[in-house]
Design a protein around this ligand. Sequence first.
Ligand code: OAD
Length: 258
Amino acid sequence: MQESIPDALIDALRTARKVAVLTGAGVSAESGVPTFREAQTGLWAQYDPQELATPSAFRRNPRLVWEWYAWRRDLVTQAQPNPGHLALALMEQLVPEFTLITQNVDGLHARAGSQHVVELHGNILRTKCSADSRLVTDWPPTDEVPPRCPHCGSYLRPDVVWFGENLPYEALATAVADARACDVFLAVGTSAIVQPAASLPLEALQAGAITVEINPQTTPLSRHVAFVLTGPAGEILPQLVQTVWPEAPVSGAAEIFT
Ligand code: OAD
């Protein structure tokens, strides 16, 4: 657990009108969802995500890509939001204007109760037509893998951003605007490598926000931010919320303090 939260950060969060948070795979690590750049666990250990999460991989081997995402979808469906997700959902209630921007596609922030989540990289629980990106919620039973779009017959694919694809315009525009307008920006559980998400903390910094990184490791962002809270998000976020807003009923922090 982080030894203590700096007083200056406590004051900044208490007086902040606008807080923006960027999360990465690290915030779901304590829910048992593998991060990207740590060794892949289980059946897919021999695959490199960057070889699977691409349009060319899907063109080359649609069945393999579909099955990899089906495996990940099962994983996230069985996973539970952890105290880090819950603390962010609570923080949203405690701050006048709060934006949660996530690179994650696991849907765990929404399941934790976060109301306003900006999904930069899509959501693995949604399926779309590979030809026109129309969302498809159900399709006739079939043994074909991937299944086909009931409207045009093209293969279906997960509604996630693949390497080389553009991010959803609306989501990115909202994320950039909120990063530039916030008083405090938290970067949680991200290696701060993949663009354009990795630029958001720097946008906030340049616009004068107080920037914070929460991560057990250092990243390329660490030397730029005002505060580095070293440790797992599932411990630090509840501790942060409990310290800044003592009256808030933080779940996940109580166990730490009892
Ligand atoms: P990465 O796997 O690159 O980084 C995960 C980060 O989480 C690392 O910095 C870890 O140190 C940190 N971490 C691990 N456990 C943690 C914990 N318990 N609490 C807090 N942090 C922890 O994942 P991302 O940065 O999210 O994009 O990767 C960004 C994007 O790269 C992903 O969204 C995905 C991938 O390509 C697409 O699929 C388009």
